[in-house]
Design a protein around this ligand. Sequence first.
Ligand SMILES: [Fe+2]
Ligand SMILES: [Fe+2]
Length: 384
Amino acid sequence: MRHMLIAIVDDVALNLKLLEHLVARLPGCQPVLFDQSAAGLDWCERNDPDLVIVDYMMPEPDGLAFAERFRALPGKSETPLLMITANTDLDLRYRALEAGINDFLNKPIDRTEFLARARNMLRLREAQKRLADRAAWLESEVSKATAEIAARELETIVRLARAAEFRDPETGAHIQRMANYSRLIAAQIGIGAREQEILLRAAPLHDVGKLGTPDSILLKPGKLTALEWEVMKQHATIGSEILRESASPVIQAGALIAWSHHEKFDGSGYPRGLRGEAIPLYGRIVAIADVFDALTSTRPYKRSWSVEEALAHMREQSGLHFDPALLDAFIRALPQALQIMAQFRDEDEAPLPARAASRTPTAPGRTNAAADDAVSRSLHRVLQ
Ligand SMILES: [Fe+2]
Ligand SMILES: [Fe+2]
């Protein structure tokens, strides 16, 4: 048996002495004595006794009041409470049981009976503690396992987004920037932290549907024909089909975003031509983040625009392509957006083999006729 603390509360010094003596015969038990019940209660509030032995007849609080107040203390609902009484009145015993007393000892105290009852209660206490330890251990194991599953789920999502990236001239840094811009807008309009996190994780899935777009269209250097555009546009629906009906909140949000990130506020977007707030909020947010990043970064077929150029263009599109309130929120958070831009730079590395390496990027800031043409082509791609 582990070390046990036994509180003894009795206003008669002789009784305290006797009980102290008896408790000393129980192995591993340390008695703590109180001749005033209020002081005993006070101590119990700050300590965790394994057994409390309390007299009934005492100046206020008496044994009953003591039991009631003791039970109301935090963490004291299960601690064994033994009441000593000369009173054999049944009614008193019922009230004592109601007040939370677990067992009784009659005065005068019989040493054999006392030792047997005290041992039983301490065994009960031991079992309670083992159960509580086990429950706490199980709880910590469960929360560890849950965190591990959540981490793996996130990893799978990141890898899925990465798979889609390989199909597209967009870079990993684009995915990170647009996801962070999306969260920034969400934070700016007062969306809760948990939802912001979901959006951050789900936004990279917006173009997952490009896994289903043929190379001949995805990698075509020039303008797409009307028919090719129709095929290109299917990536929104394909993305939502890949992700839909998941039990994961992040993948659910991803499905919604894939389906709605090309909708436009005035109803001229695709695939459903939704208008205004009929477009899911996540979709309206991601549209701003995605286009802003596409405009301000270099792609194989275009130079990057300055932030001012990009915002000027996006302001013109307020209410047409973009939700005006969300665009305002984004512009208000521009200082943080610039931090995100600086934090996730494109690496200066050779494009992936699948990317159109033959096209030479135009240096940012340099404008010429060819570059302008590239820009208008790219705009067409990005904004459609
Ligand atoms: Fe897209
Ligand atoms: Fe994108």
